[in-house]
Design a binder for this molecule. Structure first.
Ligand code: ADP
Ligand code: MG
Length: 629
């Protein structure tokens, strides 16, 4: 401050105005000019009385007309006494030098800048009110200070670079981040200090140079290796003397972002997994709204069970799907009131399959909101129709087995009296003198008796469970079955032709294979309700695929034949076209027996007007190595 004043003092050469004033010849014209001046002008005589004040002078100094040529300056401005102002004034008056100074005058709360020049008879003061200027300067200083304080406090790093890329300012945070390794950056060149930022395609170089040269703000994110080791978000703002950098360490938020992303991906994966499980679960799953019981969600199995595509099923009401009102009632009266239904067995018809009663194990549970109100109903449905049929079949086969056991015990019991009767008949035949007629009756009775005893032994054999495979011929296998059916075949008007061109021995579980043949022949009989012809043949054969040697037994009928749908499904368990007369298990079981013997069971069938009927072919290897129970 002192320097500046000294400088001003030395520069103080009297201006034209001052020269005029010094002449103290204040003419009217000059007064007029002086009143127009933006500066205040005062003249003082050697007794410190103010002899003249121009308009601005009067205004700034708050002078009234009576203040002129009367009281001294010191009386008018007592606060100036003893100040630097007085000291300088006196010097002007006494030493005839020009003085320039700026001071605060407390009574008026103003800053005054003035020049005091000696003139003949006293001195002149040219001055102006610089209070506002002072305030502005104060404000600017205050603002700078405030800004600096803000910069020091902010959690962002702030660094100022001049046009030579040298740091001219770093705030506290900038130092913390950039001077981690103990270096001092002030006055240092950015690119020298951080050589890792300089490389081909560097975002640092590209953005910072754009801001420096083109004066546009740039912003980017970048990773900085050691010594900083972190992610930063950088912003460069142009300033008149270079650029200002704002930067923030975003390593943690980057990590967090990455974690969040990974977490999201994991959640998505789990969701997809659950979705897949839901969709493909072997249990029918569905969600209904709690008011109208419409399907809101449904999985593949549920749509299969119901026989309606999932997209069509959505929005349908439960009544639109099941015929019986029991389920909707259950929903209305129990589940929608908050009750959970578990493992309930339901038999109902579906609208898609009328006339077919199907059994379901159902689980319904209400889904409640926080207020405890039922919002939806979730359903898990397991179709148990097959299971029920299996149960029934088991029951039936158990009954059959009991009948079988009974038959075998009857056969056993019959055998002894049969033998006795045979012997007795033989004896009767021997009796002499019998009429011819009686003799022929006797012979007929003997034939029938042979048949009875054959049936009895066969029934016995049929029932006997072997646990070791035995060697039998095709003829032995087939004849036993044909004998059993002889009566039924005759009654149905079916003409049987049997022919065997093989004597090969087949290693097999005799009873099982007889059961297969039994099935094939009874199916053939079922297909010929109104009579027909049955051809049973056996011959040596070779499996064309494996080259295995064996025997092929064919059973051909002139029955109804099978539709292509039946041919496709005939090995399915419970598939039958005979309603109550069939259980649809015959061929399913037969196939398993044949598979176990490493054999083959195939069908050809025709439903033509003239040519109709079915040929079933059973191939059995003579020796099957893998044969076991
Ligand atoms: P089931 O005899 O109890 O119906 P099977 O498994 O023995 O069961 O036979 C399944 C179905 O195959 C029969 O219902 C019938 O429709 C068809 N089928 C089998 N063999 C013949 C045949 N020889 N002629 C016509 N249809 C047959
Ligand atoms: Mg059958």
């Amino acid at each position: 401050m002192k320097d500046v004043e000294d400088k001003r003092k030395s520069e103080a050469r009297p201006s034209a105005l001052e020269q005029a004033v010094m002449a103290a010849d204040v003419t009217e014209d000059l007064r007029w000019v002086l009143d127009k001046l933006p500066d205040g002008v005062l003249f003082m005589d050697r007794e410190w009385r103010i002899t003249y004040a121009n308009e601005m002078g009067r205004k700034i100094s708050r002078l009234h007309p009576e203040d002129l040529n009367g009281p001294t300056h010191w009386e008018l401005f007592p606060a100036a006494v003893g100040t630097e102002q007085e000291e300088r004034y006196r010097r002007v008056m006494e030493q005839r030098v020009t003085e320039e100074l700026e001071f605060f005058y407390p009574p008026f709360q103003v800053w005054i800048h003035l020049r005091a020049v000696p003139i003949s008879g006293g001195m002149a003061v040219i001055f102006s009110d610089v209070t506002e200027l002072h305030h502005a300067q104060d404000d600017a200083a205050k603002l700078t200070q405030q800004l600096q304080r803000v910069f020091e406090a902010t959690s962002d790093g702030v660094a100022v670079l001049n046009r030579e890329w040298r740091y001219t300012y770093l705030n506290r945070r900038a130092k913390e981040i950039l001077e981690r390794d103990g270096r001092e950056l002030l006055d240092q060149n950015l690119w020298n200090m951080f050589p890792e930022t300089v490389f081909e395609g560097s975002a640092y170089v590209e953005n910072f140079y754009r801001t420096m040269n083109d004066g546009v703000a740039t912003a980017f994110e970048a990773y900085y290796p050691a010594p900083l080791n972190g992610w930063f978000r950088l912003e460069a703002q142009p300033s008149p003397d270079g650029i200002v950098l704002f930067f923030r360490d975003i390593t943690r938020s980057k990590q967090y972002e990455a974690e969040l992303l990974a977490e999201k991906a994991e959640t998505e994966r789990q969701k997809a997994e659950l979705e897949a499980v839901y969709r493909t679960a072997p249990v029918g799953l569905a969600l209904f709204d709690a008011k109208e019981f419409r399907y809101l969600r449904v999985n593949d199995r549920q749509s299969e069970v119901v026989g309606v595509r999932p997209e069509k099923l959505l929005g349908m009401r439960i009544e639109d799907v099941v015929v019986a009102p029991a389920v909707p009632n259950l929903f209305r009266e129990r589940v929608s009131k908050g009750e959970t239904i578990r493992d309930m067995l339901y038999e109902t018809e579906l609208r898609t399959r009328p006339g077919e009663v199907r059994a379901f194990n159902v689980n319904y549970s209400p889904i409640m909101d926080e207020a405890g109100e039922v919002r939806a109903i979730s359903a898990a449905v397991l179709e148990v129709t097959q299971l029920r049929k299996t149960e029934k079949a088991l029951l039936q086969s158990e009954k059959l087995a009991a009948v079988g056991r009974l038959a075998s015990s009857i056969s056993h019991e019959i055998n002894n009296p049969l033998e006795a009767v045979t012997n007795l008949l033989y004896l009767v035949q021997r009796v002499g003198g019998l009429p011819e007629e009686a003799r022929s009756y006797l012979s007929l009775a003997q034939d029938e008796l042979v048949r009875v005893s054959q049936i009895a032994t066969q029934t016995l054999r049929f029932h006997r469970q072997a646990n070791k495979p035995t060697h039998v011929t095709a003829a032995q296998l087939v004849d036993a079955v044909l004998n059993l059916f002889a009566g039924r075949l005759l009654n149905s008007g079916i003409h049987v032709e049997a022919g065997y061109s093989t004597a090969a021995l087949i290693l097999c579980f005799e009873n099982d294979i007889r059961q297969v043949l039994n099935n094939l022949i009874s199916n053939a009989m079922d297909a010929m309700r109104t009579g027909g012809r049955l051809f049973v043949r056996a011959h040596d054969a070779v499996d064309p695929e494996t080259g295995v040697v064996g025997v092929r037994i064919t059973v051909a009928d002139t029955g109804t034949g099978m539709s292509s749908d039946t041919q496709r499904r005939l090995f399915e368990p419970f598939f039958t076209t005979k309603d109550l007369n069939g259980n649809g298990l015959g061929l399913w079981i037969s196939r398993q027996i044949v598979d176990r013997h490493c054999g083959r069971l195939t069908f050809r069938s025709k439903q033509g007007e003239v040519l109709h009927g079915t040929v079933s072919a059973l191939f059995l290897p003579c020796e099957s190595t893998e044969l076991q129970r």
